[in-house]
Design a protein around this ligand. Structure first.
Ligand code: KIV
Ligand code: ZN
Length: 392
């Protein structure tokens, strides 16, 4: 069994594919300038590898990947290519401008994909050998992916991974293309490859999970526990169908539960919220209110019991500090479930120091208003106070 114990082996590389897999979400197309801005923010945040696009897909994609490569500061810039020389050459033309460029080439290896490409097992192995060798002749940093790996026969998966390593791949990505796997299986697959494939200890294994069954984050973290050291993810979990592993979720999970997941990333988490908002704005994909980490409600408390708790000790109902993801907004939402303690605290924040009798009066009128409205905003509370002084 492979021993993952040395000091630097707790470092997990973050590979962001918001601009490639994320942009493949129907309707999430971003403009050139928007892609440049998002890439700059990802680089600043400490993303190790940015998959900037699919250079052969269009002139626009090519221009975006090459301009992002030219402007890269710290991140490796990666371009996607299918298993053919034209795609690989085009990806290299785009990423070669980066201080550090990467070619990511892939082919579907499961029986379903072999069928549609009309290749038998041997034919596919030959194609992998030729294309990975070609990419490696152009670039020192080559990532190879057996698409639909989680539905590929284990013996065959070992064979194709071994071929790609022998031909020079430096990262092997194991995609759960259709979000089909589950955490234990995701871990077992990485462990199996590390144990069975000759040369596996020399390369980095990556995990690339889709969220069709809502398990992308759990599957990615399970793969890391088994030895994967690169997580492929997107901001807000943007991506094909139900999306990819969300960057903010895996990064914060490893940070908050470092006691049981002792891994490090290079991410400056205080930049998460700004990136989440910008990606939502430029892609046009709203973030669901109750989305983990970055949802509007992720740090908001409305019920009286919860509000009372967080006012006394915020840790009663919060496991992360909002400022750790760059959030400065207040965490009390006023609504019909809110209690007196929260109303008094909120009013104090707005500059009203309520005595007990006044609180009683305002609380009754606040409850009546909250019954009519979903959320009571600061302006509504100021209006309530104006009404009560008019009646004095
Ligand atoms: O989901 C997938 O299999 C992919 C590959 C191109 C890596 O996005
Ligand atoms: Zn994908």
């Amino acid at each position: 069994m492979t021993d993952i114990t040395t000091a630097q082996q707790d470092r997990v590389q973050i590979f962001d594919t918001t601009l490639r897999d994320g942009e493949q979400s129907p309707g999430a197309t971003m403009s050139h300038d928007e892609k440049m801005e998002i890439a700059g923010l990802l680089d600043e945040m400490g993303v190790d590898i940015i998959e900037a696009g699919f250079p052969i897909a269009s002139e626009g994609d090519f221009a975006a990947v090459s301009d992002i490569a030219k402007n890269a500061k710290n991140s490796v810039i990666c371009g996607l290519a299918r298993a053919n020389f034209a795609d690989i050459d085009r990806a290299w033309e785009a990423v070669k401008h980066a201080p550090r460029g990467r070619i990511h080439t892939f082919i579907g290896t499961s029986p379903l994909h072999r069928d549609i490409t009309a290749l038998d097992q041997d034919g596919m192995v030959e194609k992998i050998a030729a294309t990975v060798s070609h990419a490696r002749n152009l670039c020192d940093d080559v990532q190879w992916s057996p698409m639909d790996a989680t539905r590929t026969e284990h013996d065959y998966l070992c064979r194709v991974v071994e071929t790609a390593i022998k031909c020079g791949a430096t990262t092997i990505n194991i995609p759960d293309t259709v979000g089909y796997t589950a955490p234990r299986e995701s871990a077992d697959l990485i462990r199996m490859l590390l144990e069975r494939v000759p040369g596996a200890e020399k390369i980095t294994f990556a995990t690339h999970c889709h969220n069709d069954l809502g398990m992308a984050t759990a599957n990615a973290l399970a793969a890391v526990e088994a030895g994967a050291r690169q997580i492929e993810c997107t901001i807000n979990g943007l991506g094909e169908r139900a999306g990819n592993t969300a960057l903010e979720e895996v990064v914060m999970a490893m940070r908050v539960r470092n006691d049981i997941m002792p891994y490090r990333t290079g991410i400056d988490t205080t930049k998460i919220m700004h990136l989440s908002r910008r990606v939502s704005q430029v892609s046009g994909f709203a973030v669901q209110y109750n989305k983990a980490v970055v949802g509007k409600n992720a740090f908001l408390h409305e019920s009286g019991i919860h509000q009372d708790g967080v006012l006394k000790n915020v840790q009663t109902f919060e496991i992360m500090r909002p400022e750790d993801i760059g959030l400065t907004a207040k965490n009390i939402a006023m609504g019909k479930h809110s209690g007196r303690a929260a109303l008094r605290a909120k009013m104090a924040e707005l500059g009203y120091d309520l005595g007990d009798n006044q609180l009683k009066d305002v609380f009754v009128r606040f409850k009546a208003l909250a019954d009519r409205k979903k959320e009571v905003y600061d302006d509504d509370l100021v209006a309530l106070m104006a009404d009560s002084s008019a009646g004095d």
